[in-house]
Design a protein. Structure first.
Length: 131
């Protein structure tokens, strides 16, 4: 297995810099051809969502579709896939930031009854308690 970081994944998805896109694509294809997968950890997922939303202006529904494609793609192995799926479902259902969904779901899966926050925007999320 080979790990990839955020800038490789973003270039692979956006194709906005052709030379870097070609190198990213080749690396991912070569890894697959060797019978391996590219590992995407949850930090890379969070950063990718943030970059797509804030830098590229990609809409939430498109980001959700991209995340689903990443989670189901043969060439990728996503770290803690059950967590990523749970966060994606909450992201789609609530309008919350993906990182917040990931935090709440991670803590829920670790056995937490709630996650305390000062962020009032998270009031509507089941696993958060606004102090």
């Amino acid at each position: 297995m080979k790990g990839i970081d955020t800038n490789i994944l973003v270039r692979y998805l956006t194709r906005d810099e052709p030379a870097q896109w070609a190198r990213a694509q080749r690396y991912i294809q070569d890894t697959g051809a060797a019978g391996e997968q590219c590992l995407i950890n949850v930090i890379v997922l969070c950063e990718t969502v943030w970059i797509l939303r804030s830098f590229y202006g990609v809409q939430r529904d498109t980001i959700a579709a991209v995340l689903e494609k990443i989670l189901t793609a043969r060439q990728f192995e996503v770290e803690d896939k059950d967590l990523a799926w749970a966060a994606l479902r909450e992201y789609r259902a609530t309008g919350a930031d993906f990182a917040d969904c990931l935090i709440g779901q991670r803590n829920r899966m670790a056995g937490c009854d709630e996650t305390a926050t000062f962020d009032k925007a998270l009031r509507h999320l089941e696993h958060f308690k606004v102090l």
